[in-house]
Design a protein around this ligand. Sequence first.
Ligand SMILES: [Zn+2]
Length: 275
Amino acid sequence: MPEGDTIFRAARTLNRALAGSVVTKFETQLPLLARIDVDSPIAGRSIDRVAANGKWMQIYFSGDLILLTHMLMSGSWHIYRPGEPWKRPRYHMRAAIHTAQFIAVAFNVPVAEFHTSATLERHPSLRRLGPDVLAPDFDVARAIDQLKSRPDLEIGVALLQQSLVAGLGNVFKSEVCFTSRVNPFRTIATLEPLEIETVVQNARKLMSQNITDSSGAGIVTYGGMRRTTGRSSPSERLYVYHRSGDPCRVCGTPILSRKQGRDARATFWCPRCQR
Ligand SMILES: [Zn+2]
């Protein structure tokens, strides 16, 4: 699943390519988007900015129109120059925004909706988002309070609840618990205040490192080269995620994995470093 860092990076790349430009053509295969495009055409509007909010991406057009997309597992945004061949088949295209210089194409996005600022404000999923670990004004104290408001939850489950803290996905969940030396199956009630704060600080730190680590150019895809260890070789990028049976990078104990929570998401941890 794309995590907040990849969405943030994608939004930044899209913003760089599109902000300030005028839409020359809009294409979509989604009936609801097409209907709005007929009623109040997208072509001719300018693009004010592109922003990420947790795992949601928002493209702001002039005239109070916002395209909201969520990638879930399968979606991605690509950027092309006019005439450049697309790397995914055209029938995977859900929406394409053309400007004089670029074409931004959303492939297989499962959620894509037009909003005004008023309807966006009332959007149930957005309204319920907790503090975004990648937001410039991220409020550590509020994130800690949000987590403490659910003492019954295991920390490995709580970190995925976007209504508590927004932006983390399944990879970072395990990595944050490892770097914080906290066992992901402990309930929040059993965590010391310093442990909760460490988890929140590490969540922001690891996610931020992954956006300054930008691979930069051209295609925006999801599930890129996340890393938490500071090393870039594929076998050394992460501490515990997807490493069950492999030796812990700190103590050598084999890494364990188990499904966790109602959604049965895989969790990885070192039983010695994270007691
Ligand atoms: Zn260990």
